[in-house]
Structures are given as C-alpha cells and as structure tokens.
Design a protein around this ligand. Structure first.
Ligand code: PHE
Length: 442
C-alpha cells in the first residue's frame, strides 16, 4: 500500500517545512544584503510569482498524477528522452543535501556554542576567529554534519505521515512564532529602522547590475525548493481532494513571508549595531553573533536564532532526503529503513569535501571557489534551473494541455491557460536567457 499524507493541512505544513530552511534565513539574508536590499527583493518577488509558482504547480501536478517517485513521474507515455529526465531533479536534491547538511551542522554547532557560552567572545575579531577556528578544525564540521543527517534520517525513516508530517506539524508553527518574535524585537532596536528601510525601500540603482537577476532567480529556486523534485515527490503521496493551486499559493506565500520576516529580524539588528549587510555567507555566523552579543538579552536571542536556523534546516533536509529515498523504495522495492540508510550514507560521503572545504581541503579550490561554495553555486544557479526547465517543458509541451490543466486542478479556464503559457514560454525562456548570460556576467 502506498503511503499517504494524513490530511491536506498536514501536507501543506510539511511542504512549507521543505520550502522554509537555510534559504530563508542564512541565504536570503546574505544574498539580499549583497545585491542591494529592497530592489533585489522586488526582482525576487517577480521570479517567485512568474517562474517559481507556475513551476511549483507543475511539479505538484506531475507528482500527484504519477502517484509515484520523481523518476517514474516523467515516464507514463513518454519517449526515451523522458525516461531518464527525472534523474536531474533527484541528482540535484542529493547534491544540495550533501552541502546543506554541512551548513545545517554549523547551525547546530552554534546552538551548542551559544548554550555553553563558548560562542560569546571578548571582541569583534573573536567572532571571525571562532567561526574560522570551527570550520577549519580537522574533522569537527564532519561530526555536526553527521549529526544533522542522522536526525533527518531518523524522522524520514518514520515514514510520510508518522515521520515527516508529524514532526512538521508541531515544529513549523513554533518556528513561525519564533521568527515573528525575533523580528518584533529587532525592529524596535534603536537604529533598527535603517535595516527595515534596507529591505523595504528600494535603491533602484541596484537594478542596473545584471548579476542581481541571476541571483534573484537562483534564490527563488533555492528558497521555494523548486527544481529539486521535492514537490513531485511530496505530491506523490497526495490524494485528489487537495487543490494544487491553493496548496502552491500557500506554500509560496508562506515561504516568502518567512524570508521577509527573517530579514526583518536580521537587518535591523545588523544596522543597529553597525554590521555589514553585504558580509556574504558569513553574515549569519560572524556578523550576527557579534550583533547579538551587544544586545540586552542577546545571549538568549542568539541561542533561539540558531535553534530556529537548525530546525528550519532539518525540515528541509527531510524533504531532500525523501526524494532519492522514494525512488529506491518505489523502483527498487527497498524497505524504507534500508533506503534511508543507503541514501544518507551516500549523501554523507558526497558532503565530505564540502565539510572539509575550509579546513583540511582549504587549498583545493576550483575557479577560486572553495569546494562548498562551488557546489552551492553550481547547484542553485545551474542545476536547479536546468531541472526546472526539464519539468516546465515536460508539463508544458509534452503532456496534452487538457491533461496538464486537469492534473493541476485548473481546468480549461483563463487562469489555467495563463499558467500553461507561463510554463511553456516565460519559464523556459527566462531560465535559458539567464543561464546563458550568467557565464558572461561573472
Ligand atoms: N527551500 C529550502 C531552503 O530554503 C532548501 C530546499 C531546497 C529544500 C530544495 C528542499 C528542496 O532552505
């Protein structure tokens, strides 16, 4: 008997859990900071509405139609080319998970650092040294990476309803409350309003930088979680009662709201204490702890922040893990427990170079990028858009319009056709243009 979600609400919460993760907090903050704040946010919102949302609907429709895994979903009635197309998303999910677990491990390490007090330093320079000391320390990052993967594996081996859905049901509402409280506190800091202005009142000159568009698209893919077959996989356990467009809207809105509120927690704090919003990936790990240390109550806030980061990462890791797991369970008839073990071990090994990329392997870089950054950039900016392209073309052109429209619960309506044409033309064209030009821009 194929597993199913317990309810529509359970499915939606789990899917928001997949979408909300490091991408909404760690990545959103630094990418927005580096790309000019509010103007970037607008391009980002356009990417979510015109590209992310239509693709998400396509993935959900494809997954529920097949009621199977992400590879099988491309197969019914499809020619030889499509037989293997689904692997693009499965490989993307595995690769993302490999380095995602490493950064989630950093977050977990910081939870302990904040709790035991080891994180709090005497001066600003101490924070950089603390971070670099940790990520450069022999095997330590590997231990935390393994701990996060083990936690995700434990939940996923519990199954769809009793594992993934159950954990998300109580964890996600809690995270929403925490992030709102953090933001409410941050915006009232003296000087915090400059941080609010930074992400809400646009500096239009940022729009003249072409890289902003590539980064916005990459961030939209990453944060929504499209292109990685997660939605195909999760919808494979969905029944016909759930409305796909409504579910997709809820997930996209929830994900975007979470990112903005997290930004309202982070930037006011950064501005109030003179941090640099364009500090890059180290924003959350070096700049923020330094900021927390200066606030009244900052020690508790810091602890709560890193707990939030680690927990949000965990629910996303579960979804990424489920993608290859469901392929093994469905196609190779492995037991869930065995599939989870095999996939987590493989992902752990694949993530070792990332885990060691600032330590033992720090002299290995490709094109000037440390290994972890290399995997991050190639997967988010290239592999995800490509896997998204495959899905858009399949649902937009390969399926008959009535099949696509009915499976997406849109029917032959005006909105339905708008969706289909976005998927047919706007989504692929934007992806191709941005991919082609990105090589020239860098
Ligand atoms: N969307 C998640 C985040 O924002 C990451 C993720 C990507 C999760 C792909 C699932 C699939 O962190």
């Amino acid at each position: 008997m194929r597993e199913h979600w317990g309810s529509t609400a359970g499915f939606i919460v789990a899917t928001i859990g997949a979408a909300v993760g490091l991408g909404n907090i760690w990545r959103f903050a630094y990418v927005t900071g580096e790309n000019g704040g509010a103007a970037f946010l607008l391009v980002y919102l356009a990417c979510v509405a015109l590209i992310g949302l239509p693709l998400m609907i396509a993935e959900l429709a494809l997954g529920r139609r097949a009621s199977a895994d992400a590879v099988t979903a491309f197969q019914p009635g499809a020619g030889p080319l499509w037989r293997h197309a689904g692997w693009a998303g499965v490989v993307a999910a595995g690769l993302i998970l490999s380095y995602y677990a490493v950064i989630a491990g950093w977050a977990l390490r910081y939870v302990f650092g904040a709790a035991t007090g080891g994180l709090w330093q005497a001066d600003a320079a101490g924070y950089a040294a603390y971070f670099e000391g940790f990520i450069g320390h022999g095997m330590e990052p590997v231990l935390w990476q393994a701990a996060m993967l083990a936690a995700a594996a434990l939940v996923v081996s519990g199954g769809i309803k009793d594992g993934i859905e159950r954990l998300n049901r109580w964890l996600m509402p809690l995270l929403a409350v925490i992030v709102v409280l953090l933001a409410a506190f941050a915006v009232t800091l003296p000087g915090g309003m400059r941080g609010v202005a930074f992400i809400l009142s646009p500096d239009w000159s940022a729009l003249s930088r072409p890289a902003v568009y590539l980064n916005a698209l990459g961030q939209a893919f990453f944060s929504l979680g499209v292109g990685m077959a997660v939605f195909i996989t999760y919808a494979g356990y969905l029944d016909r009662r759930t409305s796909i467009p409504r579910a997709a809207l809820a997930v996209a809105a929830g994900d975007t709201a979470f990112a903005i509120v997290a930004g309202l927690a982070i930037f006011p704090a950064v501005f109030a204490f003179g941090g640099d919003p364009a500090a890059g990936p180290k924003l959350a790990f070096i700049t923020l702890p330094q900021v927390f240390a200066q606030m009244t109550g900052g020690i508790v806030i810091g602890l709560v922040f890193f707990l939030l980061l680690a927990a949000a990462a965990l629910t996303s890791m579960m979804s990424l893990l489920e993608v290859p797991v469901s392929v093994l369970v469905h196609r190779w008839q492995l037991s869930r427990a065995r599939a989870v073990t095999i996939v987590s071990l493989a992902v752990f090994l694949a993530g070792l170079p990332s885990a060691l990329s600032y330590g033992l392997l720090r002299h290995w870089s490709i094109g000037g990028l440390p290994l972890l950054d290399l995997v991050d950039q190639t997967t988010s900016n290239i592999l995800l858009p490509l896997a998204g392209l495959v899905c858009a073309v399949f649902v937009g052109w390969r399926l008959k319009p009535v099949v696509a429209l009915t499976n997406a619960d849109l029917g032959m309506t005006g909105v339905g056709w708008i969706w289909l044409w976005l998927l047919r033309i706007v989504v692929p064209a934007t992806i191709v243009v941005i991919l082609l030009r990105s090589s020239a821009w860098r």
